[in-house]
Design a protein. Structure first.
Length: 298
């Protein structure tokens, strides 16, 4: 299942938070596939002294980009996706005002970001100004490119998972040209997925190292270990990595196997909590990743 996630946060008012959801409802529909859009989840988090409130919208959409058996999936994901150039477009005036009207009709659940525009007749529609600047671009995916889009998303997920663990060398082999930076993006200082060639595989600093770590005797990870000195002659230790069996699939170039192994990992360990130390903070991800944070003595 593919789900488009849009997260926002604010320290301002509830009105502002629901306005963020209105904007998010436009942003999550910017990658239509044929005449449909993927499932979407929109979250606006309101941070107040009295507590934290999360507003969530979960509209319907298509669940799966592709269906077939494991062998067919492996064959599809083993192929390098074509280097296609997607041509974005801005929402038309009609699309923008239709979105405003829809938000206004659901004002019991979400306050519209903008006041609804008056209904337009066909005779005066050509006189209406275009939508305001700052709206997100729409990147339509033709129906015939559905499998290609799955290939790109799968490789993007593999790239992100390996980069999270600190393995830039293997991550680079999965990255597609669609995730590179254009000349214009480099000119404005947008950060690349990878460091320069000379330092791509080097540790970030002296306190960082590639490391294996365990959460119990059956749960081992490959990843990166950070140590940061804190007052009291102690260290803050942060480990982030990928479960060993999941990592093995990625290291061998098996994206389909990575998806299946990550699912096995999550089904087995999603409800697990550490019992060795109440000072350890542990987070497990559906993609087979883990993050641990703890204080250790020098």
């Amino acid at each position: 299942m593919v789900v488009v996630l849009e997260c926002k946060g604010t320290h301002k008012t509830r009105h502002f938070a629901t306005g963020q959801l209105a904007k998010a409802s436009i942003q999550v529909e910017t990658v239509p596939i044929g005449n449909q859009t993927p499932r979407a989840i929109m979250v606006a988090t309101l941070l107040e002294q009295s507590g934290i409130t999360a507003f969530v919208l979960d509209p319907p959409g298509i669940d799966d980009l592709w269906s077939g058996d494991d062998e067919q999936l492996d064959d599809l994901l083993a192929q390098q996706p074509e280097n296609l150039a997607l041509t974005p477009r801005l929402p038309s005036a009609e699309e923008f005002r239709a979105r405003q009207d829809l938000l206004a009709e659901t004002e019991d659940y979400i306050e519209p970001l903008l006041q609804p525009a008056p209904k337009l007749t066909k005779e005066v529609s050509e006189l209406v100004e275009p939508p305001p600047a700052g709206l997100p671009e729409i990147f339509p995916i033709p129906e015939r490119r559905r499998s290609w889009f799955l290939q790109v998303l799968a490789r993007s997920a593999a790239t992100s998972t390996l980069l999270y663990a600190g393995d830039a060398a293997n991550a680079r082999s999965y990255a597609t040209q669609q995730r590179g930076l254009s000349v214009e993006q480099k000119a404005i200082g947008q950060q690349s997925l990878f460091d320069d060639e000379a330092g791509a595989e080097q540790a970030i600093d002296a306190g960082t190292a590639w490391s294996s770590f365990r959460l119990n005797k059956d749960l081992a990870f490959e990843g990166t270990r950070y140590t940061i000195p804190v007052p009291g002659r102690q260290f803050l230790e942060v480990c982030r990595g990928v479960e060993r069996n999941v990592y093995a699939q990625l290291e061998q170039g098996h994206i389909g196997g990575y998806w299946r192994q990550a699912k096995i990992f999550w089904e087995r360990w999603s409800g697990w909590t550490p019992t060795t130390s109440t000072n350890d903070a542990v987070s497990l991800g559906r993609d087979g990743t883990a993050l641990t944070v703890r204080i250790i003595d020098s």
